[in-house]
Write a protein that binds this ligand. Structure first.
Ligand SMILES: [Mg+2]
Length: 418
């Protein structure tokens, strides 16, 4: 993949020299619009999981702390549970009931592709962030509803299996010294069998700053030395670096044989990230913040990143993440979703990765405590054994939302008499 990119760049530079035009990094073959439907089929035929004929009568939300649960109810009594995108869920729930639920209540859940597009279309003046965060709750609840109706896990509805799937241990901390970070990762390797880890570099959106003087430079080799050569390592810049600094950091990661450099530059600076990716031999990963499918198309066509990291909730749900994966598959790119905490997002990502054809080698699994997620929010909680997580075999997402958590949460509903 890397070699292809460099050859492509070389050929476009040579062409530019002949024509007198600047080299174009976005000149991938368009063939009259390679992806006119942004990852879905023209006929809305991608997902025909249940027969048409039901009506969604109710959309409910429960929010507490940083998480929010959604339930959809159909006119035959079937229910499905999903999750709003985490963080500021009370705001997201307001958007859900004000701007999204009206497009959902009264509609047929069988037509999920059309339904998610209708929500986006109806909110053209409020694009992406909170609309997608709210849509994710409805979309993932409808996928659970499908599972309840068909009696199958979500991954099995789209060709996947609930077999144990590898995960990587994802550190969220920058307030930790390289030595202490190395020590806790070694312990996790030895106790839970993780075979891959990701650490944090720089400062989020930090304009080349570091969390402590020299921390990034020291962390990169310290982690490699402590964990040995058999562990895959990744580093996440969280939009920290300008291209020159990112290339410098990336070369250090290459020297320590890291597998990917994630979000090296501010994520909206596609040209910056493409410059870094072209300068490095290692993989560059990104896309967790991106929720506009046309922006995803640009990222893929411009070869901005090698590994695509849609967040199933930020992007608007399982259905829209599937479209990102389809676009990536056509370009020969792997997908490893962003799932940075242990609420339902990691479960959604495991189902997703069990089913898509271009799944990367593992799913992101936070190693941090989250008092408001995991087994407090749903059961059974996800457990890492020998570096893998076994997906539950029960229908839908395969978990039960904890009634005690729901009881303490703020409840809102949009309902329509049938
Ligand atoms: Mg990240």
């Amino acid at each position: 993949m890397r070699i292809q990119r460099r050859e492509f760049l070389k050929s476009t530079v040579a062409l530019a020299a002949v024509s007198g035009l600047p080299p174009r990094l976005d000149a991938a073959p368009a063939s009259g619009g390679s992806y006119p439907y942004l990852g879905r089929t023209e006929e809305y035929a991608e997902f025909q999981i249940i027969d048409p004929g039901l009506t969604i009568t109710k959309v409910e939300s429960w929010t507490q702390g940083q998480h929010g649960i959604v339930r959809v109810t159909a006119n035959d009594g079937h229910e499905g549970y999903g999750q709003l995108s985490s963080f500021e869920p009370d705001i997201t729930a307001a958007v859900l009931h004000r701007q999204v639920a009206r497009q959902v209540v009264g509609s047929d859940p069988a037509h999920i592709d059309a339904l998610v597009d209708r929500v986006i279309d109806a909110n053209m003046k409020f694009p992406w962030s909170y609309v997608c965060r709210a849509l994710a709750g409805v979309d993932t609840a409808i996928w659970d509803l499908y599972g309840q109706i068909k009696g199958k896990p979500v991954c099995a509805l789209v060709g996947g299996k609930t077999d144990p799937f590898p995960v990587y241990g994802s550190s969220m901390r920058r307030d930790i010294s390289p030595e202490d970070e190395a020590a806790r990762l070694v312990k996790l390797r030895d106790t839970r069998g993780f075979k891959a880890f990701k650490v944090r570099l720089g400062v989020p959106n930090g304009h080349d700053r570091d969390a402590a003087p020299g921390r990034t430079e020291k962390l990169i080799p310290t982690i490699r030395k402590a964990l040995g050569d058999d562990i895959r390592l990744m580093g996440d810049g969280n939009s920290c670096f300008t291209p020159p600094k990112a290339i410098e950091v990336g070369r250090r990661m290459q020297d320590s044989r890291y597998f990917w450099f994630e979000e090296p530059c501010p994520y909206w600076e596609l040209e910056w990230t493409a410059e870094v990716a072209a300068a490095l031999k290692m993989n560059v990963a990104g896309g967790e913040q991106d929720n506009d499918l046309a922006q995803w198309r640009r990222m893929i066509r411009m070869n901005v990143v090698d590994i695509l990291q849609p967040d199933l909730c930020y992007v608007g749900g399982f259905t829209r993440a599937w479209r990102v994966a389809r676009m990536g598959q056509k370009a020969g790119k792997l997908v490893v979703p962003h799932s940075s905490h242990l609420a339902l997002i990691t479960l959604f990502s495991l189902h997703f990765m069990a089913a898509i054809p271009n799944a990367g080698p593992f799913v992101e699994f936070s190693i941090e405590e989250d008092a408001n997620a995991g087994e407090r929010l749903y059961n059974p909680a996800l457990k890492v054994t020998d570096g893998k997580v076994k997906l539950p075999d029960a229908p839908g997402w395969g978990v039960k939302i904890n009634p005690a958590w729901l009881e303490k949460a703020t409840h809102l509903k949009t309902e329509k008499a049938v």
